[in-house]
Design a protein. Structure first.
Length: 140
C-alpha cells in the first residue's frame, strides 16, 4: 500500500500504524516534521520514522534542538511518536536485535522479490543491485 511513507506497516484491520520515510542527502528540518504531523492527522499512525542519508542528519545543531523539543510536544499533544535520525545510525541500532543474519537476509531478499512482482516501486534493477551486494559481501 502506498500513500504515507516509503515503508508502511499496517495493522490486521487494514490501518497504518508505523511508517518510515527516507530522505536521500536531505537534512532533516522542522518542515519535514510539520509534514509528518500533517500526513498523520486523522489516522491510526502511532510511530513515524523520518530518516536521512545526510551526513549530519539536521541542518544545524539549533535546528536539531528545536526538532527534539517539537517531537516531544507532538508526542504529548497527538500521541504520535516521531523518530528523526540518520538512516545509518538507525540501522546500526536496530540490526543489533537480529539474531540470525543469514535468515534475515534470505527473508529480506524473498520479500524484495515478491515486492518486485507485486508493486511498481521495486524494479528488477533493484533486485540485481541487491544480489550484487550479497555476492560482493558473502562469505564463500
Amino acid at each position: 500500500k502506498h500513500g504515507y511513507g516509503d515503508v508502511e506497516i499496517w495493522n490486521m484491520n487494514d490501518t497504518p500504524f508505523e511508517l518510515v520515510e527516507i530522505k536521500h542527502n536531505i537534512p532533516i528540518d522542522r518542515n519535514l516534521i510539520f509534514d509528518v504531523v500533517k500526513k498523520s492527522e486523522n489516522t491510526t499512525i502511532e510511530r513515524y520514522y523520518i530518516l536521512t542519508t545526510y551526513e549530519d542528519c539536521f541542518t544545524s545543531i539549533d535546528e536539531e534542538e528545536y526538532i527534539n523539543k517539537l517531537i516531544l510536544k507532538i508526542k504529548k499533544e497527538r500521541n504520535l511518536e516521531v523518530i528523526a535520525n540518520g538512516i545509518i545510525y538507525s540501522l546500526k541500532y536496530y540490526l543489533r536485535f537480529v539474531e540470525d543474519y543469514h535468515d534475515f537476509l534470505k527473508t529480506y531478499t524473498n520479500e524484495l522479490i515478491t515486492d518486485a512482482k507485486n508493486s511498481t516501486e521495486v524494479k528488477n534493477f533493484h533486485i540485481r543491485a541487491w544480489q550484487g551486494i550479497l555476492k560482493k559481501y558473502s562469505k564463500t
